[in-house]
Ligand binder design. Sequence first.
Ligand code: 4FV
Length: 242
Amino acid sequence: MMKIDILSLFPEMFEGFLHTSIIKRAIEKGVVEIHVHDFREFAHDRHKSVDDTPYGGGQGMVLMCQPLLDCLKTVVDKDALVILMSPQGQTFSQKMAVDLTNEKHLIIICGHYEGFDERIRDYVDMEISIGDYVLTGGELSSMVITDAVTRLLHGAIREASHEDDSFSDGLLEYPQYTKPAEYDGAKVPEVLLSGHHENIRKWRLKQSLKRTYLRRPDLLRDRAFTKEEAKLMEEIQAELEK
Ligand code: 4FV
């Protein structure tokens, strides 16, 4: 069972997230334990201040050390990996999500305002960004991490269902179809109706390679292609040159 503690000034933002679908079931099944802590409760002054103006001047407010770190001290333990959410972190990926499933205890700190007092980083093991854009707070990014990691935990969802996820094998997922076999004149590819599993596997691999080649060639740059994949890539490039 993994434990996830989230430090946020807006715990109400997590209500829907924690009580819906896969995350809700994973909590009920005891696969994961998720707690949200409002570090404003650790503020000492009567205004419950958690931020202040930046030394050296400048726009906006900065999160203070004391309330946030006093809250952190109440949840940190020897197994804890402390993660700070910020645009300056390493960009999150499926590989990072898989690596984090090996941890017993994640503590995720959500930012707000202009950012954190730099000394907070002395208590942080890892800094993660979910992308090169600026959010109003770290809550959404902490949900992204929690969601991507929880669904990979043993017992959260049927193992098979994330085996052919995009990125699980470094490729984008192949096109999916379901009933009806014809919609508004658009037919499902014959091979998928054939029941011929080997042909279906080949078709799906070729589609994944083609989609990755067209949409995310960066994902193929350092890829060690199997003989079969190399042959399929030749076919794809020949067909695209036609
Ligand atoms: C962010 C990101 C992000 C920056 C200022 C919250 C905001 C405020 N977090 N990936 N991109 N955070 O934009 O993780 O503190």
